[in-house]
Write a protein that binds this ligand. Structure first.
Ligand SMILES: Nc1ncnc2c1ncn2[C@@H]1O[C@H](COP(=O)(O)OP(=O)(O)OP(=O)(O)O)[C@@H](O)[C@H]1O
Ligand SMILES: [Mg+2]
Length: 588
């Protein structure tokens, strides 16, 4: 699905009404701007008429006072135009910026509520395009588009009325070229619309491509994909350039063509009007005024065609933005969550749970287990057997298809989402760090955690050693995604984070990457500190991590195949026994 390719209608009243809703808080400024625009376009009608007065009335009469007065009025009109244009530009830009701010806040808030299934389906690059350039396009709509079109329509209608009023025959003669304008404009619109759509589609592809490949630069360089990626980027980039060149071609033809048509109208006026002046049926002043009006006539027409494009892309962008805003939040707090009379204790039950990421490709089949408060449960199994999935389901990152997950006897779908997630301290397989400081990454903006608490947590899990060795200590900067830290350091940091938050249940997804024995010992000791007095669910790849657990579940292709203590599982001589043999041989 490439929704960036969707070609919108030029005007969609449903979208437009919704868009205008964003204007509502700023209706006063918008109204003032609109009034300024309309007054401005009415004022535009004055200068040619003043010239006509000068030529036809004051010069022949030798009226010097009249001439001076006209000069003053002329100046006043231009000064007024200047002031009105300023008001209009300032207010519309202001309003546009405010609307963009509102929209981006709304989009971001919605993105934060959307569930992981949504993020599995939508590339980050595309979502970024929504919040950045799609919103920019809407700004164009408010600042350059809709409102200014009113001004153009007023100018056009006003000029036509004044021309018809001064001399209807000459006016009609000069309107002969209007059908030509219609043809040129139609040609331009349909072509530009097409190429504009293509340009936007390629921009979205550039964003998606960059996002993915810049984030994965290490992999790109490791596997020597530079050449191939450059070639792929070349393709996308070239397509983007060509699409742009296409649209430039239409612009390059359109503007001169409109001027040519305008020149045609001017020559008709000179020819027909000139003859009339010679006949004595037309005054010189009217002829000059006509020439000036017709020159002013074609600018709004070409402007309007341009604004038509703005309108068009704004419709497409708003369609995409609204689709995103309307994406239902699949995992949300129930409207009336179960009221709790005491904090959750962390009694966890999986009751015949079935789950699939897609359709009926079951990743978990009929999984059942129970963890009493204070108990420790280990999860083992081959890669892809569904261990991380169990954790994601417990935290309700996804909702299950069949069965129930209970916490303290309550179905987690009936619990407030924040309350549920507040029960767990989570250490994930890959630790996500934010740019900022080391201390900030332990605290994660939690205000209840002072420096001392952060320090204690780090000391308890033996993270303080490497932190204090770094220049700046707890204030040492962390690069984006924690790129400057080692995997073991990131693990320790996330332990400190989990400890500092002091949640009742510890959920651990052990990193698969191998670490040196010394760090492993450090981590194992840190883990022991973390687990003290907590219910624990731990996914382990190194069986040594979970030997002391109260119970161990062995998963195989989404099914719980064995369950029991380390000793009893060994005695069963099944999958766990074989796994243990393998690891034991390797380390021996
Ligand atoms: N977001 C997702 N969308 C679709 N399928 C997924 C998604 N995440 C995992 N899967 C699939 O679900 C299955 C279980 O994945 P899971 O991450 O739970 O495995 P795991 O037991 O944690 O493996 P590992 O030991 O490698 O961490 C795998 O077949 C995987 O391909
Ligand atoms: Mg996993």
């Amino acid at each position: 699905m490439q929704d960036d390719d969707v070609i919108g209608k030029a005007y969609d009243s449903r979208l437009m009404r919704r868009l205008l809703g964003y204007l509502r808080p700023y209706w006063r400024s918008a109204l003032v701007a609109l009034a300024a625009i309309i007054t401005h376009s009415v004022l535009q009608l004055a200068p040619p008429y003043l010239i006509k007065l000068v030529i036809d009335t004051y010069i022949p009469a030798g009226d010097l006072r009249g001439l001076v007065n006209v000069a003053w009025v002329y100046l006043a009109v231009l000064a007024g135009s200047f002031a009105l244009e300023f008001v209009q530009t300032w207010l519309m830009q202001l309003t546009g910026q405010r609307i963009m701010y509102d929209l981006r806040m709304q989009l971001y808030a919605h993105l934060q509520r959307l569930d992981l299934r949504f993020y599995d389906r939508n590339p980050v690059g595309r979502l970024m395009t929504r919040v950045t350039s799609d919103v920019d396009v809407l700004n164009d709509l408010f600042t350059a588009g809709v409102v200014a079109v009113f001004g153009d329509i007023f100018t056009l209608a006003g000029i036509m009325i004044v021309m018809l009023g001064m001399d209807w025959r000459l006016a009609l003669a000069s309107f002969v070229v209007l059908p030509l304008i219609a043809v040129v404009t139609q040609w331009f619109r349909s072509n530009v619309r097409e190429s504009y759509r293509t340009v936007r589609a390629w921009i979205a592809r550039i964003n998606t491509f960059l996002q993915e490949n810049l984030t994965g630069m290490a992999t790109v360089q490791l596997f020597r994909r530079e050449g191939r990626n450059a070639a792929r980027f070349d393709e996308i980039n070239a397509a983007h350039r060509d699409a742009n060149i296409d649209s430039i071609f239409y612009y390059a033809v359109f503007y001169p063509a409109i001027e040519l048509v305008g020149a045609l109208a001017a020559s008709i006026i000179i020819w027909v009007g000139g003859l009339n002046v010679l006949d004595g049926t037309l005054t010189l002043g009217v002829l000059v005024a006509f020439l000036q009006y017709s020159a002013r006539f074609y600018r709004p027409i070409s402007d309007m065609s341009e604004k038509f494009n703005v309108l068009q892309s704004a419709m497409a962008s708003s369609e995409r933005i609204f689709t995103l805003l309307d994406t239902p939040v699949a995992v949300a707090s129930p409207s009336s969550p179960v009221a709790l009379d005491r904090p959750l204790q962390g009694h966890i039950v999986f009751d015949h749970v079935w789950f699939a990421y897609q359709n009926e490709d079951w990743v978990l089949r009929d999984v059942s287990f129970e963890v009493q408060p204070g108990q420790r449960l280990g999860l083992v199994g081959a890669t892809g057997s569904g261990k991380t999935t169990i954790i994601s389901l417990l935290l309700r990152f996804y909702d299950i298809e069949r069965g129930r997950i209970l916490v303290d006897g309550i179905d987690i779908r009936e619990l407030d989402l924040a309350t549920l997630r507040g029960l767990f301290g989570l250490v994930l397989q890959d630790v996500h760090l934010f740019s900022g400081t080391l201390g900030g990454n332990i605290r994660l903006g939690h205000e209840g955690l002072d420096d001392l608490a952060v320090r204690r947590a780090a000391e308890a899990v033996a993270a303080s050693g490497f932190i204090e060795d770094l220049p700046g200590g707890y204030d040492a900067p962390v690069a984006e995604r924690g790129a400057t830290l080692s995997t073991g350091q990131k693990q320790l940091l996330s332990f400190a984070r989990a400890l500092a938050f002091n949640r009742r249940v510890l959920v651990l997804d052990e990193a698969t990457s191998s670490i040196d024995t010394e760090t492993e010992t450090t981590i194992r000791q840190a883990l022991e500190v973390l687990m003290q007095g907590r219910t624990t669910i731990a996914v382990a790849h190194r069986l040594s991590t979970i030997q002391d657990m109260d119970r161990i579940l062995v998963l195989h292709k989404g099914v719980v195949r064995e369950s029991g203590s380390h000793q009893s599982l060994l005695a069963e001589r099944g999958i766990y026994y074989r796994l243990y043999q393998l690891q034991f041989q390797r380390s021996a």
